[in-house]
Design a protein around this ligand. Structure first.
Ligand SMILES: *Cc1c(COP(=O)(O)O)cnc(C)c1O
Length: 391
């Protein structure tokens, strides 16, 4: 049979033959203790998990699908997307090491670097979000152990040349970790582009319904997998069987939701770009947007989240825009079925090299609603914005 697509692959494991009569989905197995029939086999891994921490059926199935999707030798589940970033850093760094990452890195990741790791003797260096490949590599010093890549990066959606950075780091013995949440493990395969560890917040598109928190970590090299396994065992990380079950449910429909939301997002982005109140739409799939060329070269799909840079304005106008919307929830996170809006200008103050934007920055997440209804709603938001500016 010719190779099958992600859409098929993520479903076909459910209908695998030879496991007897059973429901399509595994049961939710809530367990700390697992019982054995024979004292000589109590530690026997081939009989199934020895203890609840090893993860029951849904978690194991989900790990297999994630590893398969990422082209990884193995994948791990951790309790949040943030933990998916922090666990590899804890596993692979030692005092005296340094991490290089983008100034536009996800905020809580930045806090982990500057607070937790700094207190334990690990340094962090932040390159400007729009730095060239050469400039990023020039920032790598003798102490640098990991280049942490996030592309498109948080809030400003800057892209970097991932294959070039991965190859240069490998040549210098620097490990690369990529936060691949935007691509949901689908639109970009970090490991196939030379990245050592690919992580994502399964909270976002894999969960897809804004009802769980979870992270996924995928890697290929045996020594990296060993370090990750030890860190997870040593720190006692675990995800609940109920959450693993929900993530497994979510991943079956991931490709369809992801594609449908990206289609709507592009439609909304193109429309927003024509509006006189809008200075810029930050959305790599949009021609002319920040990151468009690299996105087109390296990615096969897109998330449905974008930055909306307004012409001027202030906090009151941004809030008026948000209050005038009725279909967009005001809430953090993204990747669920529902559209969301946030005001992000205040977040930019944490950066060392804040981007020079001509106005307020809002963030839109486009859900599974009809995009025509969303554009009508945004029309009302823009009217609210304008009314506040004229007040
Ligand atoms: C949301 C997010 C995370 C963290 O995920 P949580 O499950 O909310 O902890 C990490 N990285 C990126 C880029 C994110 O957007």
């Amino acid at each position: 049979m010719p190779p099958i697509s992600d859409r098929t692959r993520l479903i076909s494991s459910a209908t695998r033959r030879g496991r007897g009569r059973r429901p399509v989905n595994p049961p939710v197995e809530r367990a700390s203790t697992m019982l054995s029939d024979d004292p000589a086999r109590m530690q026997e891994g081939s009989d199934g998990p020895v203890y609840g921490l090893d993860g029951t059926s849904a978690a194991r199935e989900l790990r297999t699908l994630l590893a398969d999707m990422e082209g990884a030798a193995d994948a791990f589940l951790v309790p949040s997307g943030l933990a998916a970033v922090t666990v590899p850093l804890l596993a692979l760094l030692r005092p005296g090491d340094e991490v290089v990452t983008t100034d536009a890195v996800y905020g809580p990741t930045r806090r982990f670097l500057t607070r937790h790791l700094a207190a334990r003797g690990v340094g962090a260096r932040f390159h400007p979000a729009d730095a060239s490949t050469d400039a990023i590599l020039a920032g790598i010093g003798p102490q640098t152990r990991i280049l942490l890549i996030e592309a498109p990066a948080s809030l400003s959606f800057d892209m970097v040349d991932v294959p070039a950075l991965a190859a240069a780091c490998r040549a210098r013995g620097v490990l690369t970790v990529m936060d691949n949440t935007w691509a949901a493990g689908l639109a970009f395969r970090p490991l196939a582009h030379g990245i050592d560890v690919s992580v994502q917040a399964l909270t976002k598109y894999v969960g897809g319904h804004s009802d769980i928190l979870m992270g996924g970590i995928a890697a290929g090299a045996p020594e990296v997998l060993r370090a990750l396994t030890h860190a997870i065992e040593d720190m006692g990380w675990h995800v609940s069987p109920d959450d693993a079950w929900l993530a497994l449910r979510g991943i079956r429909t991931l490709p369809l939701r992801y594609q449908a939301q990206a289609r709507s997002a592009l439609q909304v982005a193109q429309w927003l770009q024509t509006r006189p109140e809008v200075a810029q739409v930050l959305y790599p799939p949009l021609p002319g947007s920040v990151g468009h060329e690299l996105w087109r070269r390296d990615f096969d799909g897109a998330a449905s989240i974008m930055g909306l840079v307004m012409k001027g304005g202030d906090t009151a106008a941004a809030h008026a825009f948000m209050r005038a919307l009725s279909l967009f929830g005001m809430g953090y996170s993204w990747g669920g079925y529902e559209s969301l809006v946030t005001h992000e200008t205040p977040q930019l103050t944490h950066r060392l090299h804040a981007p020079a934007l001509p106005g307020q920055l809002l963030r839109l997440h486009i859900g599974l609603e009809d995009p025509v209804d969303l554009m009508n709603d945004l029309e009302g938001g823009l009217a609210g914005w304008q009314a506040q500016l004229n007040a």
